[in-house]
Every structure is written in C-alpha cells, then in structure tokens.
Design a protein around this ligand. Structure first.
Ligand code: ABU
Length: 370
C-alpha cells in the first residue's frame, strides 16, 4: 500500500477540470448473440439485426487508432489517461441462470464504471453479454487501490438476469416505433422490476445530486439501490418519453457547466421533472441537430451521439470532428471546442463521453440545487 496518501480518484460532476480519465479499447469487441435487453435496443431497421460474432479486424484496428489518438490528444493537454486490459471476449458468459455465446468488449467504460467522489462503482449491467465486463477494468481498480488510500472500489450486486428480468412483449420481431413510443411514455420498458439493474451511463453527477434515467438499462429498483448506496446524495429518477430505445442518458441530457444543460430536442425532459433545475436558474437548451442522418455501419447507438461530448472544464469541450452543428452551438455557448475524430469508433458502443470514465476531476461535492 502506498504511504504517499495521494488522492487518485475524485470526481463529483461532469464538468470540473478533468485531470485523469480512462479511455476504452476496441480490442476483441464482439457483436453479441441475441438476448432480450440487447434486442430491444437494436433499432428495427438496423443492419445489426440477426448478426453476431467478432467484429471485423479492420474495424477494430480503425477504432483503436481513433481511441489511441483521442488518448494522446488528452495527454497532450496534461490529462493522465489509463486504458483497460482486454479479456478474451469470445468466452461465453455462463452462470447457473443463463448463458450467452460471447461478451461485448471493453468499450465503453462509461457504461460500467460510475465515479462518485473517491468511489468507483461497478454497475450491475442489464445485458447478459456484459456481465463480466468489469473484469477489463480490474487491473486499474487494483492499481488505484494500491495508490490511493481513500479509494473506495465498490461493486453493485450481480444480477441473476433470468428471463424474469425482461418483459416478453419486447421480444417480438416488429413492434413498430409508434408502439415503442407509447410504451416508453408509459414507462413500460424491456427490463422488469425483478431485481435492481442499472448501467453507469444512465447516471449524471451534479455534486450532491445524481440524476438517473429510468429506461431499458436501469429500472426503478436499480435507482432505489443507488439511493440507498449513496445516502448523502439526492437521487432523482428521470425519463425521456420521446426516445423509443431509451438506454444511457448521455446522448439525451448533457450538462456543460453549472447552470447549463443540453437536452435532445426529440427526447425532452417532461415539465414536471424540470422543477429542480428551474428553481435554481439552470437553463435547459435544445441541443443542435446531428450532422448525420444515420449511424455508421453495425452501430447500436443513434445519430444523437452528436451530443455525447466530453467536457474538459467549464469552458472547454471535446466534440466529434464531423458534428459541425454541435460544435457551432458550443462555440455560441462560449465553449472552446476541441475536435476529436471518433465516428469510426461509434459502433463500438458510443461517443466521446461513452468511451471514457472519469478518474479525477478537480473540485469538491457542491450543492447546486439547495
Ligand atoms: N450510449 C448512448 C447511446 C444513446 C443513443 O443511442 O442515443
């Protein structure tokens, strides 16, 4: 154990100056075989339907090239970057309750790791293929544990992910967007309330307040588990009825600095959930439109990865290079834009926020909503 007493892990929000971050790797990423929660997210007209197996090597190499370049860009700005250690993702996930043919990958870290202050919490996850994904990050967790005497390494209870965790209505081939929108407006999602489930990327950190999306990957029991796990925080459940495939909050609701949030104009936060922001004079503005009409090939995510930006400090933000409308909006909002080429890595699980996980941001836990 280090006797230097150095603080390695500290991050309370999405915008304080970033000093240390994890950037994912595309190594050995797989398109997993069909399974309930994953199928519900794959858009009905997607080129991914019915396909699975290891991703083509040339796409893995290209994604790694872009992720490595992004890591170097951050390092050149003085930010320490760590990378996961890829496990063999071709190994099936087998538990007494289920089995899948392969895993997913070590992208994107934001889905798995939630940093709150000096704690890094491994999420339960809700896809069977992602059950062992935390193992890619264990060497880093061990290192932080050795180096930082205050680091809290936590793991949420592993879920059983039996069929009881998923609503069978979502498993039919063609549901149609209209019905999906009706269901999501009614908060009828693919995951049931069988046991606590959450992905870390459904959580946004605003100091004392955690804002958590209730959707496909996080259920109400998962939100309640977070509430009990973080007793000094206020945990708020939000949902975005305009999203027919609601997973992960970070292409929907993007805080840029204290007092300013971008909201996806197709996935507006309902009026009754805006109260805490309005009462404290926070502005929620519609984000710019994406620059693309469709996601890249074999991509789970929507075109709204345009707003999946990484804030480096309250005046500086990384925006994907081709997302010209988003960059223009950031400029008008007074942010310095750092362009990052990442679109060819989107298929591996997301954009600039997704493909990172905070380790250290300057600052302390503040109350922005007194
Ligand atoms: N992981 C963020 C993806 C959200 C979206 O597809 O819009």
């Amino acid at each position: 154990m280090s006797d230097t007493g150095k603080t390695i892990v500290n991050s309370w929000n999405e915008w304080d100056p970033l000093r240390h971050v994890i950037v994912g790797r595309a190594d050995d990423c797989h398109i997993p075989a069909e399974e309930p929660a994953l199928d519900a997210k794959v858009p009905e007209d997607s080129d991914m339907r019915g396909q699975w197996g290891r991703r083509p090597q040339e796409t893995i190499d290209r994604a790694n090239e872009l992720l490595n370049n992004f890591a170097s860009q951050l390092e050149k700005r003085g930010i320490r970057v760590d990378r996961p250690t890829s496990i063999d993702h071709s190994v099936p996930v087998e538990t007494p309750d289920f089995s899948t043919e392969s895993q997913f990958g070590c992208m994107p870290p934001r889905d798995v790791l939630l940093t709150v202050g000096s704690e890094m919490l491994e999420a339960t996850m809700s896809y069977r293929c992602r059950w062992f994904e935390y193992l890619n990050y264990r060497p880093l967790m061990q290192k932080y544990f050795e180096e930082d005497p205050k680091f809290r390494h936590e793991s949420a209870p592993k879920p059983r992910l039996t069929d009881a965790d998923y609503h069978p209505d979502y498993l039919s081939e063609k549901i149609g967007v209209e019905k999906r929108l009706k269901w999501t407006a009614e908060k009828f999602f693919v995951t049931t309330e069988e046991e606590p489930l959450f992905d870390a990327a459904d959580v946004l950190r605003f100091g004392r307040d955690l804002v958590v999306q209730h959707g496909f990957t996080t259920n109400l029991k998962g939100i309640e588990w977070l509430r009990r796990h973080f007793p000094d925080h206020r945990v708020h459940a939000v949902n975005f009825p305009g999203d027919p495939y609601p997973i992960h909050i970070d292409a929907t609701f993007t805080p840029l600095r204290p007092g300013l949030i971008l909201n996806n104009p197709q996935r507006r936060l309902p009026d009754e959930q805006r109260e805490m922001f309005q009462k404290n004079d926070w502005q929620i503005v519609d984000s710019a439109q994406p620059a693309h009409n469709a996601p890249p090939p074999l991509c789970y995510s929507s075109t709204w990865l345009s707003m999946n930006v990484l804030v480096l400090d309250p005046k500086t933000v990384c925006v994907e290079k081709s997302e010209v409308y988003q960059a223009e909006q950031m400029d008008k909002l007074g942010m310095e834009v750092v362009e990052v080429d990442l679109r060819d890595a989107y298929a591996f699980g997301g954009g600039l926020h997704c493909c990172t996980a905070d380790v250290y941001r300057e600052g302390v836990c503040e109350d922005y909503f007194p």
